[in-house]
Design a protein around this ligand. Structure first.
Ligand code: FEO
Length: 382
C-alpha cells in the first residue's frame, strides 16, 4: 500500500491476538506497521511480530522489487516490532542495521544480533538516501529507553514508533480516539514528561503524515491528534465530564452510583457510569483520564476496599493520574473502610481535589445517605 509515491506500507494485521502485551483486550486485533522507503538507497522501517514474519517478508520483497534494502531501521526493539529481525537478516545479509546505541545491546539480548554493519542513531544523525534524508528524534521512554522517531524531509513523513498508535487492526473501521486513548494511557501513560519533550521537538517539523507502528497512517487533521497527545501527556482532562466507577455486591452501592448519575445528569453534567466488575479495567482507567471529575463508589471488603476497586485505584496511581476532582461514596455494614483505603491508594497522585462530603452508606441507602449523595452531586457539579 502506497503512503506516498516512494513510501510503502508493508505491515500486517493480527486478528488472532486476544491480549496485547499479555494484558490489554484487543477485540479488533492489532496492526504491526512496517514501511519501505524507496530512493537511491532503500530503507525498511522496523519489522513485525514473529508470528507474521513470512507474510511480512513477502510484502517487503514485493515492495523492493529486484532491489536489496540498504538499511533496516529499528526504531523500537519491543518484540512486536523487532520479532522478525533474524529472518530478515538471513534474507538480506548485506543490510546495515540502524538503531540507537541503547537498542543494540537489547537486540543482542533478545536475538543474539550483533551486526558489524551498523549506524548508531543519535539526534544529529542524518541518513542520506538520495532525494531525501532521514533525521532521527531520540524519544527515550516513548515507550522504552531505546526508542527513536524518524523524519523524512522530502515527503515530510514522521515515522512515530509507538506514539500515535492505537489498539485495533486498522483494516477494521472504528473511531480513532477511544482505542488510541486506551492504548496511550495503558502503555505510555506513565511517561508524560518524555512525551511532552517529544511533542516540543515535533512542533519544529513540517509534517504531512504520521506513520505509527500501530494503527492507521494519519494524514488529515493532524492538529487534532497532536492536541489529544498534548492533553494526555500533560495529564490535563480531555473534556468536562464525570466518570462514576463503582463496585457493588448486593446492588446497594450500585443504587447509590445510579442515583449520583441521575442527580448529576439532571444538573446538565456529562456522566459515564461503569461497573468495574463488568468493565475493561484499562478502559475505565482511560475514561478517568478523559474526564475532569471522578467518583469512586465501593463496598468495604476484608478490612479494605472491594478488590476490583483496589485494583482500579492502584492502576490510576501507577499511570500517574492527577489534576482531577474526586468524590468518594463508600458502603460498609459494620466497619466502613473503603474510602480510607481508596485515599491511601491515591495518595501519591498529584493535585487531586477531594470533593466533600465523603459519603458513607450503612448497608442500604437511607434518608441521610441520600441527602449526602445529593450534597456530593452538588459539589461535583459546581
Ligand atoms: Fe508496539 Fe512498545 O511496542
Amino acid at each position: 500500500m502506497k503512503i506516498t509515491e516512494s513510501i510503502l506500507w508493508v505491515g500486517v494485521h493480527d486478528h488472532a491476538i486476544d491480549l496485547f502485551e499479555g494484558q490489554y483486550a484487543v477485540p479488533n486485533g492489532m496492526s504491526y506497521n512496517s514501511y519501505v522507503i524507496l530512493d537511491e538507497q532503500c530503507a525498511v522501517m522496523d519489522t513485525v511480530d514473529a508470528r507474521f514474519t513470512g507474510e511480512w517478508l513477502e510484502k517487503v520483497s514485493a515492495a523492493l522489487g529486484d532491489r536489496e534494502p540498504d538499511y533496516l531501521i529499528i526504531q523500537h526493539v519491543e518484540p512486536d516490532h523487532s520479532g522478525s529481525i533474524l529472518r530478515f537478516l538471513e534474507k538480506y545479509p548485506k543490510v546495515t542495521l540502524a538503531a540507537t546505541p541503547k537498542a543494540f545491546p537489547m537486540l543482542k539480548n533478545f536475538y543474539g544480533v550483533d551486526p558489524g554493519a551498523r549506524v548508531e542513531l543519535k539526534a544529529d544523525t542524518v541518513l542520506a538516501l538520495g532525494s531525501r534524508s532521514l533525521h532521527f528524534v531520540p524519544a527515550p521512554m516513548v515507550h522504552w529507553p531505546e526508542v527513536a522517531l524518524t523524519y523524512d524531509d522530502r515527503d515530510r513523513v514522521l515515522f512515530s514508533a509507538d506514539a500515535f498508535g492505537k489498539f485495533g487492526a486498522w483494516d477494521t473501521e472504528e473511531p480513532w480516539t477511544d482505542e488510541a486513548r486506551r492504548y496511550y494511557i495503558g502503555i505510555v501513560g506513565k511517561f508524560g514528561a518524555p512525551v511532552q519533550a517529544l511533542l516540543k521537538k515535533a512542533a519544529g517539523l513540517d509534517i504531512a503524515a504520521v506513520c505509527p507502528l500501530h494503527g492507521p497512517v494519519l494524514k488529515e487533521d493532524l492538529g487534532k491528534y497532536l492536541a489529544l497527545y498534548d492533553a494526555w501527556s500533560a495529564y490535563r482532562p480531555e473534556e468536562k465530564g464525570i466518570l462514576i466507577a463503582y463496585t457493588s455486591v448486593y446492588g446497594h452501592t450500585r443504587e447509590a452510583a445510579e442515583l449520583l448519575k441521575d442527580l448529576l445528569a439532571a444538573k446538565g453534567q456529562k456522566v459515564r457510569l461503569m461497573d468495574l466488575a463488568r468493565s475493561d479495567l484499562e478502559e475505565a482507567v482511560a475514561e478517568a483520564f478523559r474526564y475532569d471529575r471522578l467518583i469512586l463508589a465501593s463496598t468495604s471488603y476484608n478490612g479494605g476496599v472491594f478488590p476490583r476497586m483496589r485494583q482500579f485505584a492502584e492502576e490510576l496511581a501507577e499511570h500517574g493520574f492527577q489534576n482531577r476532582k474526586v468524590g468518594i461514596a463508600e458502603n460498609g455494614s459494620w466497619a466502613p473502610c473503603a474510602a480510607k483505603t481508596i485515599r491511601e491508594k491515591l495518595e501519591g497522585c498529584k493535585n487531586l481535589t477531594w470533593a466533600e462530603p465523603q459519603v458513607t452508606i450503612r448497608s442500604a441507602l437511607d434518608a441521610d445517605s441520600r441527602e449526602a449523595l445529593n450534597a456530593l452531586a452538588a459539589a461535583l457539579a459546581e
